[in-house]
Design a protein around this ligand. Structure first.
Ligand code: ADP
Ligand code: MG
Length: 496
């Protein structure tokens, strides 16, 4: 019981109350509006040069690649029109060494090689004809989903502002990432043109808008995967800083301003870096201090897949190291499980002792566990963390912490979504507000959407209207979305 009491005490530190949520939303809206006015703000509010959304009648074959943080995906998308499409894709994990490579060439040539393999596997004719009779085949337009903060200055041009999610290649900062990829594609002589730079959030927004039921176009595309971020449709007149940006890029807008809309990539991962409203436990503080980018992406560090496992690991470790053996986690030998008195052991090389040792999928498994005596949690502790014979009391404590960390993340996610919904006044303008989401966390963490909805109902300015917010998974959304943006870019280019 002593362990349970201590775990409860820790859980309380992760509590994020209705009052906190409302304070968070107010600050989120303030930072959003500040970001529309000037450059260099906490929430960057980056114009994406996408000024319209697809209507479902588009056709053609497009390539899309996605560097998301954990994986690199290559796909080709055939748009059939009538809101349907087919897709072929491959996925490889990005080697850790490349994430912190010395040169941009090392990472980008790896990416180009994956595109080459994909073409050989799925578009061999096209690939061969181009090699043998250059000039005969049309180039594929490719949408490059690059999910890191870039300062975008055109539909296929953007300079990397900073790395996130554990990437750190100094040399690439400030460079045009489309140019870096095109250079490596050209070096391999592939019939591919990098037509559009796509943030995964914008891709998600476009894909959801193309496939979502009814006439309602989508307001937000949001990612809850390795990292977290969102893009949304803003009224161009509200993007006060646009004029200054246009002037810096030559005076004339290089986008279609007649729609009166501009899709904005918020980069909300860096919401409240000053920690004026975000919750902050000792585990958050330690994680940040030992991260590659202390003091930035503070919202993301409390919300996304890359970090939740590590927050949990730190919490579990502190409970394991509790000076009072009667309280400490994984030390209790006094409880009887199924009449077997067992001694719990934690292997010396347990991932519990290694930074990033716990993957966020571990949290999903534990959150989902409703078995007798938390048998599944016990097995997962053994398999993933090399903890032998954890007691039921241990498992209960682990589960309590998992739940607290996961729920806090979902409630924080609600702050960002609600901030955009309220700031754009969409609930007043439309009957249904549509939100497309993507990422393993929102897809697999049990109850993530329900915790978001619960928080929505507590928010001034949403409350009962939570029912009118429709959230849909935009599965494979970034691929489809990137293809759609490549198409839009191609068409815009043709008409210029
Ligand atoms: P990316 O962000 O690269 O596009 P994903 O959307 O798949 O990729 O997100 C990967 C992140 O999601 C990783 O941080 C991983 O720990 C986490 N994750 C993977 N599986 C699960 C799961 N079942 N439940 C919760 N989080 C998960
Ligand atoms: Mg992704």
């Amino acid at each position: 019981m002593a362990l349970e009491a201590e775990a409860k005490h820790m859980v309380a530190q992760f509590e994020y109350t209705a009052e906190d949520v409302n304070k968070g939303v107010k600050e989120f809206i303030r930072e959003m509006e500040e970001g529309l006015e000037k450059q260099g703000t906490s929430i960057s509010q980056i114009p994406t040069y996408v000024t319209s959304v697809p209507n479902g009648t588009e056709k053609g074959v497009y390539l899309a690649v996605d560097l998301g943080g954990t994986n690199f995906r290559v796909c080709s998308i055939t748009l059939h029109g009538n809101q349907s499409f087919s897709l072929q894709q491959t996925k490889v994990a990005v080697p850790r060494a490349l994430m912190e490579a010395k040169t941009a060439h090392e990472l980008f040539s790896f990416l180009a090689k994956q595109i080459e393999s994909f073409l050989k596997a799925h578009h061999m004719d096209h690939f061969e004809t181009h090699k043998n009779k250059p000039g005969e085949v049309e180039f594929f337009d490719l949408g490059f989903t690059f999910s890191f903060p870039v300062n975008q200055v055109g539909i296929n041009k953007g300079r990397l502002m900073r790395w996130t999610k554990g990437f750190n290649i100094e040399e690439a900062i400030g460079q045009d990432v489309c140019g870096l990829l095109q250079k490596e594609i050209d070096a391999l002589n592939l019939p591919v043109r990098v037509a559009a730079l796509v943030n995964d959030t914008v891709g998600t927004l476009m894909a959801r808008s193309y496939t979502s039921p009814g006439k309602t176009s989508t307001l937000i595309g949001a990612i809850f995967g390795t990292g977290t971020n969102g893009a949304y449709v803003e009224k161009l007149e509200r993007v006060k800083k646009m004029k200054a940006i246009d002037e810096a890029e030559g005076g004339v807008p290089n986008y279609d301003s007649s729609t009166g809309l501009m899709v904005i990539n918020t980069e909300w991962g860096s919401f409240d870096n000053a920690l004026s409203v975000l919750p902050n436990t000792q585990y958050d503080i330690d994680l940040d201090r030992e991260s590659v980018n202390p003091g930035i992406q503070m919202f993301e560090k409390r919300v996304s897949g890359m970090f939740l496992g590590e927050i949990l690991r730190r919490a579990l470790l502190s409970l394991y190291k509790h000076p009072d053996a009667g309280v400490a986690l994984f030390k209790d030998t006094s409880s009887l499980d199924n009449d077997i008195r067992s001694t719990t052991t934690v292997a010396d090389d347990s991932p519990l002792f290694k930074t990033w040792g716990i993957d966020t999928s571990f949290l999903s498994i534990v959150e989902e566990d409703h078995s007798d005596h938390l048998r599944i949690t016990k097995q997962t502790l053994e398999k993933d963390l090399k903890v032998e014979a954890a007691s039921t009391e241990d498992c209960v404590a682990v589960k309590m912490l998992v739940h607290a960390i996961g729920k806090r993340a979902a409630r924080l996610s609600a702050v960002a979504l609600a901030g955009v919904i309220i700031s754009t006044n969409k609930l007043q303008e439309d009957e249904i507000v549509d939100v497309g989401v993507d990422g393993s966390l929102v897809e697999y963490y049990p109850g993530f959407e329900e915790y978001i909805r619960e928080a929505f109902r507590e928010i001034e300015g949403i409350g009962e209207d939570e029912k009118r917010i429709r959230i849909g998974l935009a599965k494979d959304g970034s691929g489809l979305g990137a293809a759609l943006i490549a198409l839009v870019a191609h068409n815009a280019d043709q008409s210029m």
